[in-house]
Design a protein around this ligand. Structure first.
Ligand code: ATP
Ligand code: MG
Length: 575
């Protein structure tokens, strides 16, 4: 599979594609222009990936373009670190914006001029109500609001006050600029929404130039219009803001007429996808930063070893709809496993080592055995693996008193060592507490490569690493960060649903020598154990690996189970 977005876009058609097709056919649109508009107040998460894939993907499909616009209108929470991380993540996902990087803050002067335009036309006024009073005057879903006593201010007075707001004559929060629409409107967003607020906070880009900042509602649509956005795609919670979006565009001398269309956001089970909550996880130290491999952030998923192509594949399978739903995180994991099973190279590693001494193998000798890099890839090549007198196997691949279906190593039993020989356990060595500390085995040199010339069979094949040639490593095993399908669901505290066992650190792992300098970012399979990727915390001689995922695919199994149950009794299902 190649790594370009176009080739993984196997998505079924959806309503947004149809809208664009119709707009182009009817001549309402000549070139599709979309935008991805993150607020730089945190790192991007996999929910954002849905918006990114949609906006960039569909613009590309129609030969148009997609802008990357930072919606940086709230300097209280925005930082350069986030801007840089967002760009890195969009690039990593495989999308390019070329010269089309914009910032809402670039439009502050224009937005200000348009605010004056509204005032001059009697469509906006300066209000002195306190935030609490404003809330009271606003009414409720069932009761109309009440006009502010300042609503009737004449335009020239409003203009003078607004200019004084900009000049810094008033304290933070003491005045706002509001649109003059309708305090009895059925849609609360239309009850004279705030357009500007006073906030003395240096901005990452405009510094101290402003002490008033436009609200999201005022900045967003006008930024779309300035950039000539044709289709402004956003999530469903903005549906109720669309009348305001349209009202502003209709009452301002904007250069274009963008249209807003809403789609359902991505919700994932066992995951939180709200920046407020993710920020809290980081700030309170529940995770080790925004790129902790347990985080659903794109940087966390990357550090976890999840390839960008599998995220695009996953998003493509979801489709774009208008109804909210919860997607099982197991579907994402299934996409990752499916891809890695085909592409990831195999190597051997022992996570919890148990020493095995092969008594009839000469001391100091090394036998270089041939190992296949990827049985799923005929062109994947091979490598040599050193076999020595002392090796490690996995502790749980041995049982002194094995139950019935345990086919791995046990006293007097013969098993295969992957790519190597048949070995038979002849002695179990224990410490004073009775723990098994070492096994003694013999090997059969005639089984070199893994088969017995006399045709005898063994039931188990174990992975192993040479004790003298192996590389000591740290391995970090991850599980879901939350134990609840919907963390904090039912009004509870989402922090109470944190999985206390989401990270297990193994300090005594041993890797085959070929893993000494495995490239960063390249996910591989440790045979029989799962998919792993090097972590940047590793150093020469002491690599650190993160477990991307185990091999077992519970999602695929459940699907199979469902199909089985759907079969008519007594008959085979078709297809
Ligand atoms: P959050 O709701 O997590 O705080 P946000 O909406 O405040 O996120 P923005 O930076 O404003 O974050 O989002 C940028 C774009 O990404 C918006 O157009 C938003 O609709 C979209 N987006 C955010 N979360 C999701 C999601 N879970 N699924 C799809 N799109 C999303
Ligand atoms: Mg938002």
């Amino acid at each position: 599979m190649t790594d370009t977005p176009a080739e993984t876009d196997a998505a079924p058609s959806h309503f947004i594609r149809e809208i664009m097709r119709d707009d182009l056919a009817a001549g309402r649109t000549t070139e599709v222009v979309t935008r991805f508009p993150p607020e730089p107040n945190g790192y991007l998460h996999i929910g954002h990936a849905k918006s990114i894939c949609l906006n960039f993907g569909i613009a590309d499909e129609f030969g148009g373009r997609c802008h990357l616009r930072f919606d940086d209108t709230n300097p209280a929470k925005e930082e350069q670190e986030f801007i840089d991380a967002i760009k890195e993540d969009v690039r990593w996902l495989g999308f390019r914006w070329d010269a089309h990087e914009y910032h809402a803050s670039d439009y502050f002067e224009q937005l200000y001029a348009w605010a004056e335009h509204l005032i001059e036309n009697g469509l906006a006024y300066v209000d002195d109500l306190s935030p609490e009073e404003m809330r009271e005057y606003r009414g409720t879903l069932t009761e109309p609001g009440t006009d502010s006593p300042h609503r009737a201010r004449p335009a020239d007075e409003n203009l003078a006050l607004f200019r004084a707001m900009r000049a810094g004559d008033f304290t933070d929060g003491s005045k706002v600029l509001r649109a003059k629409i309708d305090m009895a409107h059925g849609n609360m967003n239309m009850r004279d929404p705030v357009l500007y607020r006073i906030l003395r906070q240096p901005h990452p880009r405009t510094g101290d130039a402003w002490c008033i900042y436009p609200t999201y509602d005022f900045a967003h649509g006008q930024s779309d219009a300035i950039e000539g956005i044709t289709h402004s795609l956003c999530t469903l919670e903005f549906e109720d803001h669309r009348p305001l979006y349209d009202w502003l565009v209709d009452h301002l001398p904007v250069p274009a007429r963008p249209r807003q269309h809403e789609f359902a956001r991505l919700n994932l089970s066992y995951t939180v996808l709200s920046k407020r909550r993710l920020t809290q996880l980081v700030a309170d130290g529940h995770v080790d930063g925004w790129d902790d491999p347990r985080m659903p952030t794109l940087s966390g998923l990357r550090r976890r070893g999840i390839p960008a192509v599998t995220i695009r594949d996953f998003i493509g399978r979801l489709g774009i709809t208008k109804s909210d739903s919860l997607t099982e995180v197991q579907l994402l994991e299934h996409c990752v496993r499916e891809h890695l099973n085909k592409t990831a190279e195999r190597r051997m590693a022992v996570l919890r080592p148990l020493k095995v001494v092969i008594e009839n193998f000469p001391e100091g000798e090394v036998d270089e055995l041939d190992a296949v890099n990827n049985p799923e890839d005929p062109d994947g090549g091979g490598r040599k693996v050193p076999f020595t007198r002392e090796i490690y196997i996995e502790q749980d691949d041995f049982m002194e008193e094995p139950p019935k279906k345990f086919f791995r190593l046990a006293p007097e039993r013969e098993v295969r060592l992957r790519y190597a020989f048949f070995v038979t356990c002849t002695e179990v060595i224990k410490d004073t507490q009775g723990n098994v500390t070492e096994l003694r085995c013999t090997y059969d040199p005639a089984t070199r490569g893994g088969d017995a010339p006399d045709g005898r069979k063994v039931k188990g094949t174990l992975h192993w690493v040479s004790a003298s040639h192996g590389i000591p490593a740290e391995v970090r095993l991850y599980d879901h960060l939350f134990t609840a399908e919907a963390p904090g669901g039912g009004g509870g505290d989402f922090l109470a649903d944190i999985n206390p066992d989401s990270l297990e650190v193994l300090n005594d792992a041993v890797l085959e020598p070929a893993l000494a300098d495995w490239p960063q970012g390249k996910t591989l399979q440790f045979e029989r154990l799962g998919y792993f990727v090097p972590d940047p915390d590793g150093r020469p001689g002491r690599p650190v690996f993160n477990r991307t995922m185990t091999l077992r695919d519970s999602w695929a199994r459940a699907q199979k189970q469902d199909r089985k149950q759907a079969r008519p009794p007594g008959g085979k299902a078709k297809g």
